[in-house]
Design a protein around this ligand. Structure first.
Ligand code: ITT
Length: 200
């Protein structure tokens, strides 16, 4: 059986491959379909976007397809950047600039940006599995944490340097291989792996 990991984000591909390394599927990626353009992401929720991406790529390729939509939700910013995480501050804005915008927004809310002041934050990962025009399975993973007072660490990707995970006493960018055990993506893709193993 083949399974298409339908994402344009190579950091996601790397993490998802590791999370699915025990399932007996041939993992394929969008590299096999260079002419298939990425769809617009217009959903208001992670779930809507994950379903839309899975159905779009399943229709375009004919493959059993998994897609995910993920992002960082900060309580003090009413859930921002949320579904806009990848595009926050503009598609070409670097992550250090995105971090600075987040610290600015937290200061504007009257918080210092420190964990206790800013309240909680979480990473969310909504996963959808599709074949043809049908969604076969959906799941969501989350990891709870807070915003670190300053970026730390150079592992992971995206917002990991500012996401402080209290049980580790580190940001997820400092957690190295320990990220997968607790991450939003880890939780969601372990549930997907269990579904695939029991249904295929
Ligand atoms: P695809 O839609 O092609 O999958 P994308 O990167 O555009 O790729 P999303 O719209 O789901 O995907 O945006 C996810 C963004 O959320 C990602 O680019 C990061 O900014 C952030 N993000 C998601 N998971 C993360 C993680 O594990 N660590 C840090 N940041 C993460």
């Amino acid at each position: 059986m083949r399974l298409l990991i339908a994402t344009t984000n190579q950091n996601k591909v790397r993490e998802i491959r590791q999370l699915l390394d025990r399932i007996p599927f041939d993992i394929v990626t969008l590299a096999e379909w260079p002419l298939v353009a990425a769809p617009e992401e217009t959903g208001l929720t992670f779930e809507e976007n994950a379903r839309a991406k899975a159905l779009y790529y399943a229709a375009a390729t004919g493959e059993l397809t998994v897609a995910e939509d993920s992002g960082l939700a900060i309580d003090a910013l009413d859930g921002a950047p949320g579904v806009e995480s990848a595009r926050f501050g503009g598609a070409d804005t670097s992550y250090p600039d995105k971090f600075e915008r987040i610290y600015e927004a937290l200061r504007a809310k009257g918080t210092s940006g420190l964990s206790e002041d800013a309240g909680g934050a979480r990473f969310v990962c909504a996963v959808a599995l599709a074949k043809g025009a049908r969604v076969l399975f959906e799941t969501r993973g989350t990891v709870e944490g807070s915003i670190a007072p300053m970026p730390r660490g150079d592992g992971g990707f995206g917002y990991d340097p500012i996401f402080f995970y209290p049980p580790y006493g580190q940001t997820l960018a400092e957690a190295g291989d320990r990220k997968a055990a607790v991450s939003h993506r880890g939780e969601a893709f372990r549930a997907l792996a269990a579904f695939l193993q029991s249904h295929f």
